[in-house]
Design a protein around this ligand. Sequence first.
Ligand SMILES: [Zn+2]
Length: 292
Amino acid sequence: MKKIPIPFLLIPFFSLAQGWDNVKIEANQVSSNVYFLKGRGGNIGVLAGSDGVLLIDDQFAALTDKITDAVRGITSAPITYIINTHYHGDHMGGNENFKKNDVEILAHKNVSARLALTFEDKIRKVTQEAKPESAWPTLDIPFSQMGLKLYGEDLEIIHLPNSHTDGDMIVHFKKSNVIHTGDTFVRYGFPFIDVAAGGSIDGIIKAQQKILELADENTKIIPGHGDIATIENVSELLTMLQETRKIIADHKSNGVALEDLIPMNPLKFYHNRWNGSFITTDLFVQLVYESL
Ligand SMILES: [Zn+2]
């Protein structure tokens, strides 16, 4: 029987614990030395040097061997560094495994601080459990921006405060003209603004503006989820975010309560293009409202 691939976000949460054997890690070349890997979870960026390999994010613990094999298919150089774009488990679930192989893992300092916390997400009605220190990055980046020359590439790592979360960093491969955005830019419809973890509509708008400031028409943009993108895709998302922010902010400043706003369906004209199974139109209204 032919198998139909199901995007990660459409898989109900309870089924995530199974089916790892069926996950295929697919490598896509983006430039002479930059690749991205698709599997289950966030897209992984790969900088393949002759002496070592930098990964951007590492998906889930159950996929570490498959990810390592996929990198082996690109280069025989060892995986030496990982940058975690943020704290979500579908982007840093492999940390513990890679740390056992002495891989250095860098992330904005808010990522370790966030992973150390158990906290409630009242909007989505879930508890985010703290992760053991063995899963945390090995190096906390205290800067809002950091340049790094590594494996022949000029990297700029930039913190985009309070956007998808409070600890998002994007990675600009300046020589290759590639940007890995983490989940500050995604292609599954309305983006997830993790308000409980410091995300906000204004921050995620600024994130798109920053990406557009760094990029040109030839820039290859690796999103947190979905296919490779261009500035046109980022511009489209930015326009939607600005328009929907205005609609919801106007209602909020007119004193409309959230429970009254949702039945009014204020984003009905955006529903067909942007509604997703993970972030529905109603949930997006709520996330924007709560973060204003
Ligand atoms: Zn995320």
